[in-house]
Design a binder for this molecule. Sequence first.
Ligand SMILES: Nc1ncnc2c1ncn2[C@@H]1O[C@H](COP(=O)(O)OP(=O)(O)OP(=O)(O)O)[C@@H](O)[C@H]1O
Length: 212
Amino acid sequence: MSIQATKLRVLIGKHVVLSGENLVANMGEMTALVGPSGSGKTTLLNCLGLLLKPTDGQIYLDGQEAAAWPDRRRLKFWQKKAAFIYQDYGLISDESVAYNTTLKAGSLFRNRPYTDDRLTEILEVVGLSGRAKDAASVLSGGEKQRVGIARALYKEASYIFADEPTASLDAENREIITGLLRKAAGRGACVLIATHDERLASEADHVHTLAS
Ligand SMILES: Nc1ncnc2c1ncn2[C@@H]1O[C@H](COP(=O)(O)OP(=O)(O)OP(=O)(O)O)[C@@H](O)[C@H]1O
């Protein structure tokens, strides 16, 4: 199982954003997308995550051509298989760590007793033991990003798409997030990361460089 992209081209207006990218990203591996600002890292990541339809080219997910999947099929992919991690965390700040990790209504109310052994185990993996009931808004940036990773692990996402996941963090938290993304790949996920962070890219199994 893997993601394979062939001859991906993206035109926005008359602007050629991607001009024939080929890439293979395997399960159990971390692949970094690097290149200068504006080179198309986010655009490529969004194509691979089926958030953006390329103008031309193919995207094979688990061997199936997915670039032209209808909305219903893409929705199923996002619900069942994919997780997205963003620079600005993408959490619901008034809701609890438990809710943001599990997205289950039962975890919505911070004051109710809530037990979920998987949640407990995963919060331990990301170093947030005992924080399940805290509101996301009270967490530090590094902790917020760990919730994003906890969500991907809880869901057992086969594909993790991370856009500049360490960009807002200090060195210590960059290290922690890098280690957790490696751990997610170690659990078998295909981890794709658009990044300027050289240290994070140096930990990847493969580096795909986009030219400016
Ligand atoms: N919706 C859009 N409309 C117009 N131009 C766009 C759009 N999306 C992307 N672009 C352009 O495509 C190019 C690539 O953008 P993209 O965000 O993919 O680059 P990037 O490598 O991720 O950049 P950065 O490192 O600065 O985040 C840029 O020139 C950008 O302005």
